[in-house]
Design a protein around this ligand. Structure first.
Ligand code: AMP
Ligand code: GLY
Length: 434
C-alpha cells in the first residue's frame, strides 16, 4: 500500500506528475526533491538535497517512510538512483542505470535498434572526427550529427549543408565526454510525434500520442528549445500508426532489451518520425517528456499511483489504463531571450484567475519575499483540456492572456498541425484516442 511518495525534479513535467499523483485516492503524502512553488501546492518540497546525491535521497526516503519514488529527469536515472533505491528495497518508478542507457548513450540505443531490426535512421558511429567528416562528404546533406552522451538536449545538429555538417562534427568536442563518440545519421523527412509508454519490463502500454513544439518561433521556425508547448492526442498518430508503433517499435524494443538481459521499468519515451505512414525512431528517452507530460497526464483517467506501482511490481499486464477522449494543449510561457540569456526575478501576476480554467504547471518560478517570480527560461506550462483540440486551443490561450510578467514570450500557434487536420468534436468520430 502506497501512502507516501517522493517526486524527484523541479520542472513543469514534475509539477504535472506531482499534481496527478495528488489526485490518487486515498490521498497520499507527497514530498518533492527539490520541487518548485507550483509543486509546493500539492507536496512538501525539500530543497536542501541535490538530485545527484543518490545516498542522500535514499536516506531521505528511508527516514520518511517513502513507499514510492518517482524520478522525473534523466540525469538521476543515468546516474543510477534507481539502482540504489532497489538496493535499499525502496520501490521506484524509472529505469535503472543500465536501462537508462537508452537515453544516456545514443550509440547504445542505435546499436540495439540495428541488432533487433527496430525502424530508425541509418547511421554510422565515429570516435575520430576525420572519418566522420569523410563519411559526411560521402553521404551529402541534409544529414544529422549527434553526440553520444547527454548534452542537455543540445547534442543534435540537423545539418542542411555538407559544410554545416562538417562544422557540426567539430562542434561535438564542445560537449566534453558526451561528444567523444558521435553518431552520423540519415536525415528523416516526416512529421514528428512522441509516444510515451508505461512498462514493467515485460508489458508495454503506450500513452496517448503527443506532439511537442521544440522550435522557438511560430511556424516551427527558429532555434531548438526545451519545448515551447505540446498537445495530445496528436492526430498524425492515427490508430493504424499507433498499432505499428506498438508492434514494430515498443514491443520489439522491450523484447530486445530482455534479450540483452536488461529489464526496463518506468516510462519509455519514443521520439518518432512518421515517414510515409511508417513510424521510425528518432530517439528514445528514459523518462517522461517535457512538456508532453503536461498535455498527456490531464487525459489519464486511471490512478497514476496504481499504474506506477504496477510498473515497479511487474504486474502491468493486469492493469487497465484508461484515457479521457478529450484533448489537452500546453502552452509554455517563457522568459524573453530564452533559450539564450534572460532576466530572472520578474513578478508574475494573473495565475489565480487563469487557474480557474486551466492547469498552471510551474517550470521556472520562485517565491521571493512572498511574491511569485520568474526563475528560469521556461516559466509556466499553461494546460487546458476540452472536448476537442480546437476548443482546447481557444481555452488555453484565454488563460495565457490572463498571465503577465515582463518580457514574457510564448508561441501563438501551439497545436497548429492538429488544428489543420483534427475534426471538431461535433464531427465525430474522434481520432487517435484509445
Ligand atoms: P533529439 O535531441 O534526439 O530529440 O533531436 C532533436 C531534434 O532533431 C529532433 O526532435 C528532430 O527534430 C531532429 N532530428 C534528430 N534526428 C533526426 C533525423 N535522423 N532526421 C531528421 N531529424 C532529426
Ligand atoms: N519534449 C522533448 C523531451 O522531453 O525530450
Amino acid at each position: 500500500m502506497v501512502r507516501t511518495i517522493l517526486v524527484i525534479g523541479s520542472g513543469g513535467r514534475e509539477h504535472a506528475l506531482a499534481w496527478k499523483l495528488s489526485k490518487s485516492m486515498p490521498k497520499k503524502k507527497i514530498y518533492a526533491i527539490p520541487g518548485n512553488p507550483g509543486i509546493a501546492e500539492v507536496a512538501e518540497c525539500v530543497e536542501n538535497i541535490s538530485i545527484s546525491d543518490n545516498a542522500a535521497i535514499v536516506d531521505f526516503a528511508k527516514n520518511h517512510d517513502v513507499d514510492l519514488v518517482v524520478v522525473g529527469p534523466e540525469a538521476p536515472l543515468v546516474n543510477g538512483l534507481v539502482d540504489e533505491l532497489d538496493a535499499a528495497e525502496i520501490k521506484s518508478f524509472g529505469p535503472n542505470k543500465i536501462a537508462a542507457q537508452m537515453e544516456g548513450s545514443k550509440i547504445f540505443a542505435k546499436q540495439l535498434m540495428k541488432k533487433y531490426g527496430i525502424p530508425t535512421a541509418e547511421f554510422e558511429i565515429f570516435d575520430n572526427p576525420y572519418y566522420a567528416k569523410r563519411y559526411v562528404l560521402m553521404k551529402g546533406a541534409p544529414i544529422v550529427i549527434k553526440a553520444d552522451g547527454l548534452a542537455a538536449g543540445k547534442g543534435v545538429i540537423v545539418a542542411k549543408t555538407v559544410e554545416d555538417a562538417v562544422n557540426a562534427v567539430d562542434e561535438m568536442k564542445t560537449f566534453g565526454d558526451a561528444g567523444n563518440k558521435i553518431v552520423v545519421e540519415e536525415f528523416m523527412d516526416g512529421e514528428e510525434a512522441s509516444v510515451l509508454a508505461f512498462t514493467d519490463g515485460k508489458t508495454i502500454v503506450p500513452m496517448i500520442a503527443a506532439q511537442d513544439h521544440k522550435r522557438l518561433l511560430d511556424g516551427d521556425e527558429g532555434v531548438n528549445t526545451g519545448g515551447m508547448g505540446a498537445y495530445a492526442p496528436a492526430p498524425v498518430v492515427t490508430a493504424e500508426i499507433m498499432a505499428k508503433v506498438e508492434e514494430k517499435i515498443l514491443k520489439p524494443t522491450i523484447a530486445a532489451l530482455n534479450a540483452e538481459g536488461i529489464t526496463y521499468k518506468g516510462c519509455l519515451y519514443a521520439g518518432l518520425m512518421i515517414v510515409d505512414g511508417e513510424p521510425k525512431v528518432v530517439e528514445f528517452n528514459c523518462r517522461f517528456g517535457d512538456p508532453e507530460t503536461q498535455a498527456v497526464l490531464p487525459l489519464l483517467k486511471s490512478d497514476l499511483v496504481d499504474v506506477m506501482v504496477a510498473c515497479a511490481d511487474g504486474t502491468l499486464d493486469k492493469e487497465k489504463i484508461s484515457w479521457s477522449d478529450k484533448s489537452a494543449v500546453c502552452v509554455v510561457m517563457a522568459s524573453g531571450g530564452y533559450p539564450k540569456a534572460y532576466k530572472k526575478n520578474l513578478p508574475i501576476s494573473g495565475i489565480t484567475k487563469a487557474k480557474l480554467s486551466s492547469n498552471i504547471f510551474h517550470a521556472g518560478t520562485a517565491i521571493v519575499d512572498g511574491q511569485l517570480v520568474t526563475s528560469g527560461g521556461r516559466v509556466l506550462g499553461v494546460t487546458a483540456t476540452a472536448p476537442d483540440i480546437h476548443k482546447a486551443v481557444n481555452k488555453v490561450y484565454k488563460a495565457v492572456k490572463l498571465i503577465k510578467f515582463e518580457d514574457m514570450y510564448y508561441r501563438k500557434d501551439i497545436a497548429h498541425r492538429a488544428l489543420a487536420i483534427a475534426p471538431k468534436v461535433d464531427d465525430k468520430p474522434n481520432f487517435g484516442t484509445r
